[in-house]
Design a protein around this ligand. Structure first.
Ligand code: PEP
Ligand code: MG
Length: 575
C-alpha cells in the first residue's frame, strides 16, 4: 500500500495506464552548413503540427472546455508563435549550427530556469506549461508518438508523473476513472481539475510511476488516502463494500442537494460555492449551490501575461452573472500577494509576504487595478446579482476609502451613460484578527461580512497556513479562532447585517453544528462538499445547535472542544 495527498474523494479499482516520460534524445552535435535549411524546415513543420494538434484538442472539446482551458491552450499557441521565441531558435540553428530540437530545448530550458529560480508557486505552474508545450514541439520535431488520452477505449486509472494542462483537457470521465501522480499538491492544476471532474485522485505519491508497473491492478481509495497494488481478495472485497457505501451515500445526497439548507426547527441558512473560474459554475450548480459565496478573481489575473483589461474582466463577470441568474455572486477583488504573485507586477522582495503587500493592499497601491476591476464588476452587475467583496481588511479607513472609490466609479459610469446596479451590496472579508476585533464598527460600514477562516486562523495563531512543519498547530477549531468568529457574528447581527463563512472551516463537518449555533447566515465551500454539509444541516436542530455552541465555547482546549463537536456530529450522522 502506498499513499500521497488525497485531493478528490472516491474509490475505484482497475487497470492502469502508465504514462511514462518518453525518452527524448536530443542531438547536441553541430549540424553541417548545408543542413541548416533542413533544420529550420523541421522546426516550422513541427510548429505547424503542434498548433494543429492543440487546435484539434480545443475543437473536439468545445462542450467540456470552457474559458480557462481555452485560455491555457491559447497561451500555448501564443508561446510558440512568439516572435522572440522563433528568433532565438532560428538564431541558434543559423549561427550556432544547433539541431532544431536542441535549439528549441535550449530556449525552453532558459525560460523555465529563469521562472523556476523565482521561487514562486504560481510561476512554477507556468513553467510546467512552458515545458509541456516545449516537449510537444520537440516530440513533433523528432516524430515521437504523442499519447492521446482521447483514444483510450477502456476504463483506466492514470499513473503519471503529473498531468499537463493539455492532458487534463482531454480527459473523458467515462474512460479515466482515477488519477495517481508523483507530483502535485492540493492546489496544483491536476488536483483542481480532478476535483472539478469528480475523478478520485491521489497526487504527490513519491515514485508512483516507478513502483506501479504496466500490468498492475490497482485500488485507488482517495477517501482513506490508500493505493493498493495487486491487492488480495480480502482487501478488494472490503474496498468494494466501502465503494458501495460511498456510492449509496453520494446518491442519497443527490436527492437532497436541491432542497433548502433548513434545520428540523426551520432555521434556514444559505449554502454557496467557492469558485476560481467560470468553469467551476457547472459543479456549483450540479451540487445545488444557492449562490457563489466567493469568486476568487485572482485566478483571472494570474492566467495572463498582462493585467486583464476592463473589457476582458467585464466579459468574465458577465458570464458568471448570467450563468447564476438571480442567484447572488460575491466577487472578491483580487487577492494577490502572499504565495500568489503576478509576473507583470514587480514588487520588491518581501521578508514576510503574508504580512506584506497582499490583497487589498496591492489594489490600494496600484489604484488603477482597483479602479478597472470595480468598473468591470459594476458594468457586469446589470446581468445578474453581483456583490463586491474586499479581502484582508484591517481598518475602517480602508473601508471608507473603498466606498468612496466605488461611489466615484458609479459617477463615472453615470456620465458615460453606462448601466449598473445602483444598489450593489458591498461586503468585506473578515480574515484578520484586527477586522474581527473591530467588527462592531466595520459592520456599520458594509452590507455583509464573509469570514475567511483560512487566513483568520493563520493570522490569529501566527501559523503560516502553508508550512508543513507547523501544520499541527494550524487548527481553526482552536478556541482563539472560534471566539473571534463568535464576536464577528454578534457584531454583524447587531447591525442587522448578514454574515457568511467562505474559508475551509465552512466545509468541515465537525464545525457545522457549531457555526449554525453561533448564527452564521451563509456557508460557502468547494462545490463537492455542499450536499454533505446540507445534509447535516437538514438533520440538525437549531436550538440544539445553539446549546452545543454555548457549551463548546466554554471549553478552554481545542481537544475537548473538538471532542464535544465530534460527539454531537456522530449523533446526527447516526440518524
Ligand atoms: C480565507 O482566507 O479563508 C479565504 C477564503 O480566502 P483565501 O483562502 O483565498 O485566502
Ligand atoms: Mg484569505
Amino acid at each position: 500500500m502506498i499513499s500521497g495527498i488525497s485531493v478528490s474523494p472516491g474509490i475505484v479499482f482497475g487497470k492502469i495506464l502508465l504514462i511514462k516520460e518518453e525518452k527524448i534524445c536530443i542531438n547536441n552535435t553541430k549540424i553541417q552548413e548545408q543542413d541548416i535549411n533542413l533544420e529550420i524546415k523541421k522546426f516550422f513543420d513541427a510548429r505547424n503540427k503542434t498548433i494543429q494538434q492543440i487546435q484539434l484538442i480545443q475543437n473536439s472539446n468545445t462542450t467540456k472546455l470552457e474559458h480557462d482551458q481555452n485560455a491555457i491552450f491559447e497561451g500555448h499557441i501564443m508561446l510558440i508563435e512568439d516572435e522572440e521565441f522563433e528568433h532565438d531558435i532560428l538564431s541558434l540553428i543559423k549561427n550556432k549550427h544547433c539541431s532544431a530540437e536542441y535549439a528549441v530545448n535550449s530556449v525552453i530550458e532558459k525560460q523555465v530556469t529563469t521562472i523556476e529560480n523565482l521561487q514562486d508557486e504560481y510561476l512554477k505552474n507556468r513553467a510546467i506549461d512552458i515545458r509541456d508545450i516545449g516537449a510537444r514541439l520537440i516530440k513533433n520535431i523528432l516524430n515521437i508518438n504523442i499519447i492521446d488520452l482521447k483514444n483510450i477505449n477502456e476504463s483506466v486509472i492514470i499513473v503519471a508523473n503529473d498531468l499537463t494542462p493539455s492532458e487534463t483537457a482531454q480527459i473523458d470521465t467515462k474512460k479515466i476513472i482515477g488519477i495517481i501522480t508523483n507530483q502535485g499538491s492540493r492546489t496544483s492544476h491536476t488536483s483542481i481539475m480532478a476535483r472539478s471532474m469528480e475523478i478520485p485522485a491521489i497526487v504527490g505519491v513519491i515514485n508512483a510511476t516507478k513502483i506501479i508497473k504496466k500490468n498492475d491492478f490497482i485500488i485507488l481509495d482517495s477517501i482513506n488516502n490508500e493505493i493498493f497494488i495487486n491487492p488480495d481478495k480480502n482487501i478488494l472485497n472490503l474496498k468494494k463494500k466501502l465503494k458501495t457505501k460511498f456510492v449509496i451515500q453520494k446518491n442519497n445526497l443527490k436527492k437532497i442537494k436541491n432542497l433548502n439548507a433548513i434545520t428540523t426547527d426551520e432555521h434556514q441558512v444559505e449554502i454557496g460555492a467557492n469558485i476560481g473560474t467560470p468553469q467551476d459554475i457547472k459543479g456549483a450548480k450540479k451540487n445545488g449551490a444557492e449562490c457563489i459565496g466567493l469568486y476568487r478573481t485572482e485566478f483571472l489575473f494570474m492566467g495572463k501575461k498582462k493585467l486583464p483589461s476592463e473589457n476582458e474582466q467585464f466579459e468574465m463577470y458577465k458570464i458568471i452573472a448570467q450563468e447564476m441568474g438571480n442567484k447572488p455572486v460575491i466577487i472578491r477583488t483580487m487577492d494577490i500577494g502572499g504565495d500568489k504573485n503576478l509576473p507583470y507586477i514587480k514588487l520588491p522582495k518581501e521578508e514576510n509576504p503574508f504580512l506584506g503587500c497582499r490583497a487589498i493592499r496591492i489594489s490600494m497601491l496600484y489604484k488603477e487595478i482597483l479602479h478597472t476591476q470595480i468598473k468591470a464588476i459594476l458594468r457586469a452587475s446589470v446581468f445578474g446579482k453581483l456583490r463586491i467583496m474586499f479581502p484582508m481588511i484591517i481598518s475602517i479607513e480602508e473601508v471608507k476609502f473603498l466606498k468612496i472609490t466605488i461611489k466615484k466609479i458609479k459617477e463615472e459610469l453615470k456620465n458615460e451613460h453606462c448601466d449598473f446596479d445602483k444598489n450593489i451590496k458591498i461586503g468585506i472579508m473578515i480574515e484578520t484578527p484586527a477586522a474581527a476585533i473591530i467588527s462592531h464598527n466595520l459592520a456599520k460600514e458594509v452590507d455583509f461580512f464573509s469570514i475567511g477562516s483560512n487566513d483568520l486562523t493563520q493570522y490569529t495563531l501566527a501559523v503560516d497556513r502553508g508550512n508543513d512543519l507547523i501544520s499541527n498547530l494550524y487548527n481553526p477549531l482552536n478556541p482563539a479562532v472560534l471566539h473571534l468568529i463568535q464576536r464577528i457574528i454578534i457584531s454583524a447581527h447587531k447591525e442587522k447585517k448578514w454574515v457568511g463563512i467562505c474559508g475551509e472551516l465552512a466545509s468541515d463537518e465537525r464545525a457545522t453544528l457549531l457555526l449554525l449555533g453561533m448564527g452564521i447566515d451563509e456557508f460557502s465551500m468547494s462545490s463537492s462538499y455542499i450536499p454533505h454539509i446540507k445534509n447535516i444541516i437538514r438533520k440538525s436542530n437549531f436550538k440544539e445547535c445553539q446549546k452545543i455552541a454555548k457549551l463548546a465555547l466554554l471549553e478552554p482546549t481545542t481537544t475537548k472542544l473538538t471532542s464535544i463537536l465530534q460527539k454531537h456530529l456522530d449523533k446526527i450522522n447516526k440518524n
